[in-house]
Design a protein around this ligand. Structure first.
Ligand code: ATP
Ligand code: MG
Length: 245
């Protein structure tokens, strides 16, 4: 479980986060929405242990993770892959860093290359992959890391609509298969609502929580559920909160 308490951050004179309190229960799926520059990626970098905030606490399964990377699998918004490793070798970086069996990690990654439509690109250098392909390799690396707490920063942004829908479905299934706890950042309201148990809307910078919406439907949920009575009102609420933020 992820617990964020009183998270504030400033970059020099720039006030970025203005007191965020957020819990994601074990096996839960929470999504952050909010205007560009409001601090979403900053929240994820703090949770991943990569950035020490000005103040506040963050624990994962009861462990303090501030300034301590390694407990959360983080898919960053950019700078996704190591340019000096081929695609498949990039996909096993996290697993290797954790000392997991390299052969097993490679086999798991190879299986996902097929699932993600990347067959034939295992030995391709990152510079020769498309943006969407790099994003898919980074997403599967996050999973192959073997960590069950996952922070994903706009994982589908560079994908075409069909691939996006397919991988959204895959992410929804993943929760059942790995019992992952997920904190997702997206700009896509429908993606947020269908995939999450809870959607949290941040204000413009300095980011603070202005609205929260729960999705009560059982998993897995089809995108068609967005037109149903349970979600239509919640969807309108989210658009309102984003507009007011
Ligand atoms: N390393 C840094 N040094 C200084 N300022 C930074 C740094 N990283 C981010 N910022 C600033 O902090 C603010 C929040 O950035 P952040 O990347 O968290 O926003 P975001 O909500 O993820 O935006 P987007 O939706 O565009 O990805 C921005 O104004 C950005 O310029
Ligand atoms: Mg961002």
């Amino acid at each position: 479980m992820i617990e964020i308490r009183g998270l504030r951050h400033r970059f020099g004179d720039l006030d970025v986060l203005d007191g965020i309190d957020l819990s994601v229960p074990t096996g839960g799926f929470t999504t952050l929405l909010g205007p560009s520059g409001c601090g979403k990626s900053t929240v994820l970098r703090v949770v991943a242990g990569l950035l020490t905030p000005t103040s506040g606490t963050v624990t994962v399964d009861g462990h303090d993770v501030v300034g301590r990377p390694g407990r959360v699998a983080h898919m960053p918004q950019r700078d996704l892959l190591l340019p000096w490793r081929r695609a498949l070798a990039n996909a096993t970086v996290g697993a290797e860093a954790r000392g997991l069996d390299r052969t097993a990690a490679r086999a798991e990654a190879a299986r996902l290359f097929e699932r993600f439509g990347l067959t034939g690109f295992e030995r391709t250098w990152p510079a020769r992959l498309s943006g969407g392909m790099r994003q898919r390799v980074a997403l599967l690396r996050t999973v192959v890391s073997g960590l069950t707490t996952i922070a994903l920063d706009e994982p589908f942004g560079a994908l075409d609509a069909l691939t996006r829908r397919d991988l959204q479905g895959w992410l929804a299934e993943l929760r059942g298969e790995y019992r992952s706890t997920v904190l997702l950042v997206t700009h896509d309201v429908d993606e947020a609502l269908v995939l999450s148990d809870r959607v949290v809307v941040l204000s413009a910078r300095p980011g603070r929580i202005v609205h929260e919406v729960d999705n009560p439907l059982p998993h897995p949920r089809p995108f068609a559920a967005l037109g149903g009575t349970e979600l239509a009102g919640r969807r309108a609420e989210l658009f309102d909160a984003l507009g007011a933020g």
